[in-house]
Design a protein around this ligand. Structure first.
Ligand code: PLP
Length: 394
């Protein structure tokens, strides 16, 4: 792996961290679409399998296209090691299953992406790993929920879709004091806006499907941490097989080259929309981590470079207004994805979180009229005009 320019700057690392090129001297990285690699001899094969020599064996283990993506993510998040996976959920599951054993207990923030909640509440208990959830808004109660079986603390910040924050400095010092592993899903912030490892997180997890790809093209994920933390996770992933396709590894590595400029524009558009829509008569409120009205704005400014590309609108008319608003949108796309060049709108109460009760939704920051917007890269005035006309029609 080459890093031809010894810069600490995010943009230069994201562009210039690269695999060794082939003898053709290609400028752009090739895609290594191969499932296996040739051994020079039987002895070479033996030495590779015995870990006595470095080299590629099989693409479920290693692939140069994926390694370039992993190496960039390690540099951008400031961790020593990493594993790429076929989706963000494979990263969430791989990080937990590779680290924990039957009898272990997880303490997790209550407000989580739906599938992550299902893994913790339904799937892992079948293997003897239990979870209890803490309220994000009451950090003074967290320590009392730690038991002798607690091994890992799991959070998202900002949360999906509530856009609530967890104080990473506070939580990592608590984990340190109690000898717990801190795992943070950094999908909403991306490594450009927030580096959980710099605040003391042991594991950093991403769905690359969102802003890292940034163009809505493919699924992927990555788990980052120290060599000590990643070694058992790599073993778990290599044996169980949630490997990232080399095509997607190549695609994500290319996408990282533009992450900084894209994120700045996503943030510009989200901040502009949040400021312009706040106070609209059809809305109870607007939420964005960098808005002055966000109860955790000071924390957001402390641990994030900017507030991110997501915002939520809380429509006064509740469930029906939320659905009507989505149907009235002419430019923004109705889709469950986020972190795309195209602005996307989701109504959690009638879709992703429809199985929860009103009280359960309220506990994770979702009202009946909450609409999640992921600000894309269209012109901000076109986006504002679309949202205003839809609000008129609610
Ligand atoms: N984590 C968060 C915060 C997410 O929003 C998502 C997907 O929306 C995931 C994890 C799962 O990622 P994927 O869809 O790539 O499996």
């Amino acid at each position: 792996m080459k890093n031809p320019y010894p810069s600490d700057h995010f943009e230069t690392q994201a562009v210039r961290t690269q695999v060794e090129r082939t003898g053709f001297g290609e400028h752009s990285a090739p895609i290594y679409l191969t499932s296996s690699y040739l051994f020079d001899s039987a002895e070479h094969a033996r030495a590779l399998f015995a870990n006595e020599q470095e080299g590629m064996i099989y693409s479920r283990y290693d692939n140069p296209s994926n390694d370039e993506f992993i190496d960039k993510m390690k540099r951008l998040e400031g961790t020593a090691d990493g594993v790429a996976t076929a989706s963000g959920m494979a990263a969430v599951f791989g990080a937990l299953a590779g680290t924990l054993s039957a009898g272990d207990h997880i303490l997790a923030g209550r407000s989580l992406f739906g599938s992550s909640f299902q893994v913790l509440s339904t799937i892992l208990p079948r293997f003897g790993i239990t979870t209890s959830f803490f309220d994000l808004g009451r950090p003074e109660t967290w320590e009392a929920q730690i038991t002798t079986a607690t091994k890992l603390v799991y959070v998202e910040t900002p949360t999906n879709p509530g856009l609530d924050l967890v104080d990473l400095e506070f939580l990592s010092s608590l984990c340190n004091k109690r000898g717990l592993i801190l795992a943070v899903d950094n999908c909403f912030a991306t490594p450009y806006l927030q580096n959980p490892a710099a605040w003391g997180a042991d594991l950093v997890i991403h769905s690359a499907t969102k802003f890292i790809d940034g163009q809505g093209r493919g699924l992927g994920g990555v788990i980052l941490g120290s060599e000590e933390r990643i070694t058992p996770i790599r073993f778990f992933c290599r044996q169980t097989g949630p490997a990232l396709s080399p095509f997607h590894g190549w695609m994500f590595s290319k996408s990282l080259e533009t992450l900084a400029v894209r994120m700045d524009r996503h943030c510009d558009n989200a901040e502009f929309l949040a400021q312009r829509l706040e106070g609209h008569p059809a809305l109870k409120g607007v939420k964005h981590p960098f808005l002055a009205s966000h109860p955790q704005q000071a924390l957001a400014k402390k641990q994030m470079k900017r507030g991110g590309g997501l915002l939520t609108l809380d429509l006064k008319g509740g469930l029906e207004a939320g659905k009507k608003f989505l149907d009235a949108l002419e430019l923004c796309s109705l889709t469950a994805n986020l972190g795309d060049t195209r602005t996307t709108a989701t109504h959690p109460a009638s879709t992703t979180h429809s199985k929860l009760t009103d009280a359960e939704r309220a506990a994770v920051g979702i009202g009946p009229g909450t609409v999640r917007l992921s600000a894309g890269l269209e012109h901000r005035e076109d986006l504002l005009a679309d949202l205003l006309q839809a609000l008129e029609r609610v």
